[in-house]
Design a protein around this ligand. Structure first.
Ligand SMILES: NC(=O)CCC(=O)C(=O)O
Length: 264
């Protein structure tokens, strides 16, 4: 499977509408790839808390429309990163959208772990409650978003649901770049699965972004890594490596579930 991760520069001086048009045309340029991946909240920026409410859109809003069309024009599977979604009750969610090559919505995932502790996304957005997988190009991929990367139990749940890899759109800050790389590799090694993690570049809301989108194979080897700026990271993903790794080094079979708690 040929995958292209579009590490979009999100800067405050570009409007949401103009970035949406620019990204749609970048997606169209990826015709020939099997899967294209965009970052988290690339319309606004993941840390642009002040504009979330103004820029929030219904699931089938302008970003859905533009990305569905771009996916079908290019004939590719598109993980369109995430949008600030406003549901019918007015609650905001950080929601990832996956489109088929026909431009149909194949999966939507509401981010489960919201970032910010007692402020930012954690108070402005609702939490997703459901694990979601998508089946692009004959693979089973689990969906997670940015801060979710710190919660291994979510990824294990996705493996139990059949995931052979994980797609992780992010808006990860430069300040914690080493955690990003370390966690992406850890999730790949412990789950013997591919990790396709696509971040943003640029600086928005005063937060410089890490870039360094990364694809890691089930052995933990880095298949490809972007630099700090806007970039298209194109890699070949040999999904057969998942079964081979799980057969040759069957650590997942040694899981011990339901352990008793410590004696007091
Ligand atoms: N947008 C995010 O989820 C940021 C996560 C982050 O900065 C971290 O986990 O560190």
């Amino acid at each position: 499977m040929r995958a292209s991760l579009l590490q979009i520069a999100v800067d405050d001086d570009e409007s949401v509408d103009s970035r949406r048009r620019r990204v749609a045309s970048l997606v169209r340029e990826q015709a020939g790839a099997d899967l294209v991946v965009l970052p988290e909240l690339w319309t606004t920026g993941a840390f642009a808390y002040r504009v979330f409410a103004d820029e929030a859109e219904p699931l089938e809003g302008p970003t859905h429309e533009a990305m569905a069309k771009a996916a079908s024009d290019a004939g590719i599977w598109l993980h369109a990163g995430s949008i600030p979604e406003r549901d019918a009750d007015g609650t905001l969610y950080n929601t990832s959208l996956v489109f088929s090559p026909a431009g149909d919505l194949a999966a939507a995932y509401r981010k489960i772990h919201r970032f910010g502790f007692d402020k930012g996304e954690a108070v402005l957005m609702g939490a997703g409650r459901e694990l979601v997988t998508a089946r692009p190009a004959g693979t089973v991929l689990g969906l997670a978003t940015c801060y979710d990367l710190r919660f291994p139990e979510l990824f294990r749940g996705l493996v139990d649901a059949g995931a052979e890899g994980f797609v992780v759109p992010a808006g990860w800050p430069e300040r914690r770049r080493e955690h990003w790389t370390l966690l992406a590799r850890a999730r790949a090694v412990e789950n013997q699965a591919f990790v396709l993690a696509c971040g943003t570049a640029g600086t928005h809301a005063g937060v410089p972004q890490a870039g360094h989108s990364i694809v890691v194979d089930p052995w933990g080897d880095v298949v490809g890594e972007a630099g700090p700026g806007e970039e298209v990271l194109s890699v070949s993903v040999d999904i057969g490596k998942v079964e081979a790794t799980r057969e040759q080094f069957p650590a997942l079979k040694d899981r011990v579930l339901g352990l008793a708690g410590p004696r007091r």
